[in-house]
Write a protein that binds this ligand. Structure first.
Ligand SMILES: Nc1ncnc2c1ncn2[C@@H]1O[C@H](COP(=O)(O)OP(=O)(O)OP(=O)(O)O)[C@@H](O)[C@H]1O
Length: 711
């Protein structure tokens, strides 16, 4: 973004907006690193330095900066020091956030806030947010400059889109024909004025009129065919692109979804629509207009060189204004996208959490949050509209001024006999066509550049590597599903406390083991490791002696059934929810799973039995019914390993016992996380998670590290 059409040199700090909710520190470091010459975008840094959902504390931020070869100096300071400190620097903000301090003048401080954008603040505003801690940076001896990452081909973002080449060629061919026919029209004026009016030749007038009527009708016909083809192409591109992107999305690791707001991911999908609409509306036309501008220019030069000089000068003037204002448009558009996605997230979160909002009388605060996101988004929309509007006014004014000059100069040339009156009229029409088309070409090139913003947002999904080890390299017979944790350690990000440390234990095939332990001690984390949603930081989990990563997570998950704490139902009928929309499902298998999960009778008593629709996220069912339906979904797949994380917490003891007895009848390894005594007692043995691991020589216990949370 720093190199606006790459000929303007800019010493200011380039803004980097955060994507994940907790990566403000990483975004600030990206701005600082870019400033010093390490040109990496946020996703590059994210790939290098993992940040957990809890954000980054000052110490970790300094560690990351050192890894980039930057010298840091963290210090406490008052607001006056900000005038003389080494800039750009990072300020600790509102106790839970980091921002970059750019330029400072007597009256204002330039703050680059990765969550809000570039803002200018008065000293009193800054002192309300600045906590008094800042970090200054300079290049260390190990600092190595890095050029920006190579641009990825657009096909890496779209995936394979079929059937486009032929249509694109037809569209370009038709557009080309329309442009050529369009160039002929001003000649009609010249012929009428110079030939017909002078000779009073009505026959010639009729011939010219009929000829041009045919040209106009041909242009309209071709225009309709082009519009039809464009709409077909638009629909094809967006439907295949969105499908490809979704296929990639579902293969991403779980932490991608945990760290992002739903509205943000949705808005990235909307970007596909924006790109498709821009490309298939007037884009091809404007590009061809630009290319055909060359032909028009040649014609103009044939008429008059001196007048064409005026036309070219006016066009250059417009281009310069457009390029200079491009950076502002980019910045506003980027901020607008971020705020729009925040607005969507706020809205979705409020709708999802309506019950809690009502019970907690939280309307006012939610309304304020949404209102703030709305205001900021509307402000950016207004700004970008103003910029676009200014462009069209400037462009129109330049064309008008150009016309005045051309008429004056042209009249002078006619008086001197260098041009005929007909040539002047034709020239003016051609010059208008040329300026409008080339102006719109420049506009489209800028629009195309701004589309880069949307591509960048799509790249966040399309270029994130999918879950590693999905396929695995194991070739051999099916494995005995006995599980072993071998020295497994896990933490959510480097620099964070270990959640699990050197965990060693085994579970035999067919055994039922209850995992117990106090809340927050890592039981759910262990379960997520076991089902392959997380990967051990150290050590390995094996099945039948083979590391599950080697076995391949997709194959492994075929033998694992799991009920997690936050599992959802989908909108649809009960049978679809149990089989997870399996097209080859048979009702008998669905019924068998539901019988085992103890919900069959209740389903039969529902108005449409297995066809009964469950509301969005299962809202028409009781908590216990939801749990049993999700359990039925896990059992439907006839797993060899069944993992239950608080899966029966909503059930009464009697029903839970009945389910346990039914499940005990099938040969399956069971791992149960539970707090309730009856559930624990139903297992063959129970193990306390704390007894399985050793934090012995860790310098700090998990709770001892205080993390400065960044929001
Ligand atoms: N995505 C995450 N990012 C960072 N830390 C996390 C994440 N998920 C959990 N933690 C932390 O890991 C620790 C273990 O959490 P976990 O959910 O595994 O505990 P638990 O024993 O299952 O708790 P409970 O019994 O209350 O469900 C907690 O300190 C928690 O805050």
């Amino acid at each position: 973004m720093r190199n606006v059409f790459s000929w303007t040199k800019d010493e200011s700090v380039s803004l980097v907006m955060q994507t994940e909710s907790t990566e403000c520190a990483l975004a600030c470091l990206a701005m600082i690193a870019n400033y010093f010459g390490y040109q990496s975008d946020l996703s590059g840094l994210r790939r290098r330095f993992n940040v957990s959902l809890k954000g980054v504390n000052l110490r970790r931020m300094v560690d990351i900066a050192s890894s980039l070869g930057l010298e840091t100096r963290a210090r406490r300071a008052d607001i006056d020091y900000l005038r003389i400190c080494k800039k750009p620097c990072i300020l600790h903000w509102d106790l839970n956030h980091f921002v970059v301090l750019g330029r400072v003048t007597q009256k204002y401080y330039e703050i680059l806030d990765p969550a809000r954008g570039r803002v200018v603040m008065s000293p009193s505003e800054v002192s309300k947010h600045f906590t008094g801690v800042l970090v200054e940076f300079s290049k260390g001896v190990d600092f190595i400059e890095k050029s920006p990452e190579k641009k990825v081909p657009i096909s890496a973002l779209t995936g394979r889109i079929r059937g486009l080449r032929g249509v694109a060629a037809q569209i370009i061919g038709i557009a080309f024909a329309i442009e050529i026919l369009g160039l002929a029209l001003p000649l009609q004026l010249q012929w009428v004025m110079d030939q017909v009016l002078v000779s009073n030749d009505l026959g010639l007038l009729t011939a010219i009129a009929v000829g041009y009527l045919i040209v106009t009708m041909l242009m309209s016909g071709l225009g309709i065919v082009r519009a039809w083809l464009l709409s077909w192409m638009g629909a094809t591109v967006s439907s295949q692109w969105i499908t490809n992107l979704f296929s990639h999305l579902v293969r991403l690791p779980m932490d991608f979804f945990e760290k992002r707001h739903m509205g943000d991911v949705m808005s990235r999908f909307n970007s596909v629509q924006v790109i498709q609409t821009t490309l298939t509306s007037s884009f091809v036309e404007a590009l061809l207009d630009g290319l055909m501008g060359g032909c028009a220019l040649a014609l103009l030069l044939l008429y008059s060189k001196v007048m064409t000089l005026v036309v070219v000068f006016c066009l250059l003037l417009y281009m310069v204004i457009r390029v200079v204002m491009y950076k502002k448009l980019w910045q506003v558009s980027e901020e607008q996208l971020v705020y729009t996605s925040r607005q969507q997230s706020e809205l979705m979160e409020s709708i999802r959490g309506m019950q809690a909002i009502k019970l907690g009388n939280g309307y006012a605060s939610r309304k304020d949050r949404l209102g703030r996101a709305n205001d900021e988004s509307a402000k950016r929309t207004m700004l970008s509209q103003r910029i676009t509007l200014s462009f069209s006014v400037i462009s129109q004014s330049i064309i008008n001024i150009q016309r005045v000059f051309l008429i004056t100069l042209g009249a002078y040339l006619v008086i001197n006999g260098a041009l005929s009156a007909g040539m002047l009229v034709a020239y003016l029409a051609l010059a208008d066509q040329f300026s409008t088309k080339l102006g719109s070409f420049v506009d489209k090139v800028v629009d195309f550049k701004v589309l880069g913003l949307h591509l960048k947002r799509i790249a966040d999904i399309a270029l994130t590597p999918p879950e590693s080890n999905a396929l695995g390299s194991y070739v051999g017979p099916a494995l005995n599903p006995s599980i072993r944790f071998e020295n497994v350690s896990f933490r959510y990000a480097e620099g964070e406390p270990w959640v699990l440390r050197r965990l060693n234990f085994s579970i035999d095939y067919g055994e039922s083991v209850a995992i117990t332990g106090p809340s927050g001690h890592g039981k759910s984390t262990l379960v997520k490791l076991l089902v392959g949603l997380l990967e051990p930081t150290e050590g390995a989990i094996t099945i039948g002696g083979i590391d599950i990563r080697r076995y391949g997570l997709e194959r492994y998950r075929q033998i694992v059934g799991a009920v997690m704490q936050d599992d959802h139902l989908f909108a649809g009928n009960i049978a679809d929810n149990v089989s997870l929309y399996d097209v080859s499902s048979e009702l008998t298998s669905i019924v068998a799973a539901c019988q085992m999960a103890g919900i069959h009778e209740e389903i039969l008593s529902m108005p449409m039995g297995y066809e009964t629709l469950v509301g969005d996220m299962g809202s028409s069912l009781s908590g216990g019914q939801k749990q049993r339906l999700i359990l039925a979904r896990a059992l439907y797949r006839k797993p060899s390993i069944l993992v239950l994380d608080e899966a029966t917490s909503h059930l009464d003891a009697q029903r839970e016992r009945a389910i346990n007895e039914a499940v005990a009848g099938i040969k399956v390894t069971r791992v149960i996380v539970a707090h309730r005594q009856e559930t624990i007692a139903s297992a063959d043995r129970s193990v306390d998670i704390s007894s399985l691991q050793s934090f012995a020589e860790e310098s700090e216990s998990p709770a001892a590290k205080k993390v400065v949370i960044c929001a």
